[in-house]
Design a binder for this molecule. Structure first.
Ligand SMILES: C[S@@+](CC[C@H](N)C(=O)[O-])C[C@H]1O[C@@H](n2cnc3c(N)ncnc32)[C@H](O)[C@@H]1O
Length: 167
C-alpha cells in the first residue's frame, strides 16, 4: 500500500505498481529527470492511477535520507522497486532496510547485468565492464550475506532480486 519507486524514467514499472496497489495506496516516485516521467504521465492518467503517485524530481539518496528524518516513516513502507543508478544500490538498500516494515519487499532490477555477473572477468565484453557491473557484483554479494533479508533471485529480463525484510 505504501511504496517507493527509485528510477521512474517514463513510468512503465511505476504504472504497474500503481495499478496493483489499493485505491488508497501511495507511491513515492523519485527520478532526477521529470521530463521522462511526463512522457508517460498521460498513460498513467488514462489508467486512472495518477492520484496514487507523489513524483519527486531529485537524487534518490537525499529523498530517502529526508524520509528517514521523520521517525514515522521508519518501518512504514510495504514495497520498494529500485531501478536507477547502480552505483548507489548498496546505499539504497541500507536506507530501505530502515524504511521498509518487517515483511516488506525490496526489488532490485538488473542484478544479472546481462549475465556478466556469472562470467569470468576476462570474458566480460567491454560494454558490460565498469562501475555499474562492479556495483551489481557488490550488491549481490552483500545481499547474499545480509541476515536482515530473505532472497529470491529471478532470472527474468536482466535479473531481478526480491528481498523480504525479516527483522
Ligand atoms: C532504467 S531507468 C528506469 C526505468 C523504469 N523503472 C521503467 O520501468 O521504465 C533509470 C532511471 O533512473 C534515473 N536515475 C538515475 N540516477 C538516479 C538517481 N541518482 N536518483 C534518482 N533517479 C536516478 C534515470 O533518470 C532514469 O530515468
Amino acid at each position: 500500500k505504501k511504496t517507493i519507486e527509485i528510477g521512474v524514467f517514463t513510468g512503465y514499472s511505476l504504472l504497474l505498481t500503481a495499478l496493483t496497489i489499493p485505491e488508497d495506496g501511495q507511491i513515492t516516485a523519485i527520478d532526477v529527470n521529470r521530463e521522462t516521467y511526463e512522457i508517460g504521465l498521460p498513460i498513467i492518467k488514462k489508467a486512472g492511477v495518477d492520484h496514487k503517485i507523489n513524483f519527486i524530481e531529485s537524487e534518490a539518496l537525499s529523498v530517502l535520507d529526508q524520509l528517514l528524518k521523520d521517525s514515522e516513516n521508519e518501518g512504514s513502507f510495504d514495497y520498494a522497486f529500485v531501478d536507477a543508478d547502480k552505483d548507489n544500490y548498496c546505499n539504497y538498500h541500507e536506507r530501505l532496510m530502515k524504511l521498509l516494515k518487517v515483511g516488506g519487499i525490496a526489488v532490485y532490477d538488473n542484478t544479472l547485468w546481462g549475465g556478466t555477473v556469472a562470467v569470468p572477468e576476462e570474458q566480460v565484453p567491454d560494454h558490460f565492464r565498469g562501475s555499474s557491473r562492479q556495483a551489481i557484483l557488490d550488491l549481490n554479494r552483500s545481499l547474499a550475506d545480509d541476515p536482515r533479508v530473505q532472497l529470491s533471485h529471478v532470472a527474468l529480463g536482466d535479473g531481478i532480486t526480491i528481498c523480504r525484510r525479516i527483522f
